[in-house]
Design a protein around this ligand. Structure first.
Ligand SMILES: Cc1cc2nc3c(=O)[nH]c(=O)nc-3n(C[C@H](O)[C@H](O)[C@H](O)COP(=O)(O)O)c2cc1C
Length: 244
């Protein structure tokens, strides 16, 4: 018997997944060893100077876009859009709204993580349509899930809470992006040092119903970037990890 909220129950019981017929995900072989993982996490750093001449290949970039798409989110609602800003003139304007941080213009690629400003029943319905399509389940079978999502995210919260929640989801995408880039040997810089309102204005996000949360620049480090060789500063593991 369920005694408390459990998202897993909501999602599986309402989408037919708990019943016979759903095939288990194949068990993947290990693709990266422990040393490689840690080596890449040590290798990465918040890149301050990019080599403006080096561009990420289209295959690598496409992989990173797919990593963004694959980001998990609470309820699976994906309340975001990721803007890839390619236009150099727009990037130049964004530079002024980013405290002059040159990563904005020098990096090969620039992603603005945005959330939907007014997440609504329409977005929930689009998500349910997608579940029905991908999992080939009748749309009607998702009624209970619809009630849950609308009851909590849409009607249960005010705008401020919904946007705060959506922003937290966008940060998961940022983390996923940074790690994915590092695993591919691509440099990146997460950036909060941007004027979000100016970004919204320059990118015309209001009209798209979006707002800026955070930014990431990606490309290849310049060999003059002194941060590349600076030691990583992290608290000792026993100060950060608590076993209970
Ligand atoms: C959400 C977030 C926002 C950040 N904003 C900026 C930024 O605007 N400019 C910058 O140069 N670094 C920025 N950083 C980089 C951090 O300073 C850096 O990640 C931190 O000092 C740890 O160093 P490391 O990433 O090089 O290991 C940001 C990092 C995060 C996670």
């Amino acid at each position: 018997m369920k005694t408390s909220f459990n998202e897993a129950n909501v999602l599986t019981e309402t989408t037919g997944l708990g019943r016979a017929g759903a095939s288990p995900r194949p068990h993947l072989h290990k693709t990266i060893d422990r040393d490689q993982l840690l080596a890449q996490l040590h290798w990465r750093y918040a890149t301050k100077q990019f080599d403006a001449r080096r561009k990420i290949s289209s295959k690598d970039w496409s992989t990173l876009e797919e990593a963004l798409v694959l980001t998990p989110s609470s309820y699976g609602l994906q309340p975001w859009k990721f803007l890839v800003v390619n236009d150099p003139d727009v990037r130049q304007k964004l530079l002024a709204a980013s405290w002059g941080q040159t990563q904005i213009i020098d990096a090969s690629h620039l992603v603005v993580f945005t959330i939907k400003k007014n997440l609504s029943e329409k977005d929930v319905d689009a998500y349910l349509d997608r579940i029905a399509e991908v999992r080939e389940v009748p749309r009607d079978s998702l009624h209970a899930l619809r009630q849950t999502l609308i009851g909590s995210v849409i009607r249960g919260w005010d705008d401020a809470r919904r946007r705060e929640w959506s922003s937290r989801q966008a940060y998961i995408a940022l983390g996923n992006f940074l790690t994915s880039a590092a695993l591919l040997g691509i440099d990146a810089c997460p950036m909060e040092g941007v004027d979000r309102l100016k970004y919204n204005e320059l990118l015309g996000l209001d009209e798209l119903g979006l707002q800026t949360v955070v930014v990431a620049a990606a490309g290849y480090r310049s060999n003059t970037d002194q941060y590349a060789t600076a030691k990583k500063v992290r608290f000792a593991r026993d100060e950060v990890i608590v076993s209970v």
